[in-house]
Design a protein around this ligand. Structure first.
Ligand SMILES: Nc1ncnc2c1ncn2[C@@H]1O[C@H](COP(=O)(O)OP(=O)(O)O)[C@@H](O)[C@H]1O
Ligand SMILES: [Mg+2]
Length: 252
């Protein structure tokens, strides 16, 4: 098998937050290489820098030092306009709290990134319906967020993250507050994005069952990578056991 090409790379990535006199070292030299089509889970205690990493990878915040490359782009040296365009076309986001627009239907929320990119959503109707079906919302396309359960809202957010067919999907605790069935629907949709479209997923999770959907789990502590666990080609149950062993050993 030929090796998969690298999609994402960080080099000595550091992030400090300054609050008055206090400096917080949220990331302390993160070196990470993620291949195209890989599904990576990130685990670690609260405050270990997981969300900070996601914000930097997504170009939502700036590194204090170090470098991030996505494909042929060096994120850490792009200007705001270039970063906005890259973010819109190449990166999909799923956050813990849905962030759907309340006045739009599920289908319109999914279409939003297309509209922001200046495209006619009517031309993408079949694609939007495919995505809604993928996340199990085929019969909810005209519902507004308040008419959807939390799990359904999050599944719409996943469909929205995939609508531009981004190379990279960043998900920060996407199954955090959901029932098991909705969580599994989301994880299966992300898994398919990897397997069928060679999209790359980086997902933060506290849940070892969710992490077991990934090909690889990176364990964070205190702004650093502590362990990098390869799960590729392994059955889910065995993966869950290995994840448990590492979290126990690291004392999470
Ligand atoms: N905007 C911010 N300003 C100041 N400190 C922050 C900010 N965001 C996060 N932090 C701090 O940085 C550290 C890492 O936070 P975070 O990346 O959110 O961790 P995690 O997602 O792993 O829980 C924590 O100590 C947190 O308090
Ligand atoms: Mg977080």
């Amino acid at each position: 098998m030929t090796p998969m090409p690298t999609l994402l790379r960080t080099h000595e990535l550091c992030k400090q937050y300054r609050l008055g006199e206090v400096t917080v070292d949220a990331l302390r030299g993160v070196n990470l290489v993620v291949m195209r089509g890989q599904f990576v889970a990130i685990m670690g205690p609260s405050g270990s820098g997981k969300s900070t990493l996601m914000h930097l990878l997504g170009g939502l915040d700036f590194a204090t030092s170090g470098e991030i490359t996505l494909g042929e782009h060096t994120l850490t040296s792009l200007n705001d306009d270039a970063l906005t365009l890259l973010r819109r076309r190449q990166i999909g986001f799923v956050f813990q709290f849905f962030n759907l627009l309340p006045t739009l239907t599920a289908a319109e929320n999914v279409a939003l990134p297309l509209m922001l990119d200046g495209r006619d959503p009517d031309a993408y109707r079949a694609w939007i319906d495919d995505l809604l079906a993928l996340v199990g919302l085929a019969d909810r396309r005209d519902h507004r967020p308040h008419q959807l359960s939390g799990g359904e809202q999050q599944r719409a957010a996943v469909a929205r993250a995939l609508v531009m067919e981004p190379q990279l999907v960043l998900a920060d605790e996407p199954t955090g507050n959901l029932d098991r069935a909705s969580g599994e629907g989301i994880l299966r949709a992300l898994r398919r994005a990897c397997d069928e479209k060679q999209q790359t997923i980086v997902m933060v999770t506290h849940d070892r069952h969710a992490a077991a959907f990934a090909d690889r789990v990176i364990f964070f502590q205190d702004g650093r990578i502590m362990r990098d666990l390869d799960l590729s080609g392994q059955a889910q149950k065995r993966s869950t056991q290995e994840i448990t062993a590492v979290t126990t050993e690291l004392g999470f």
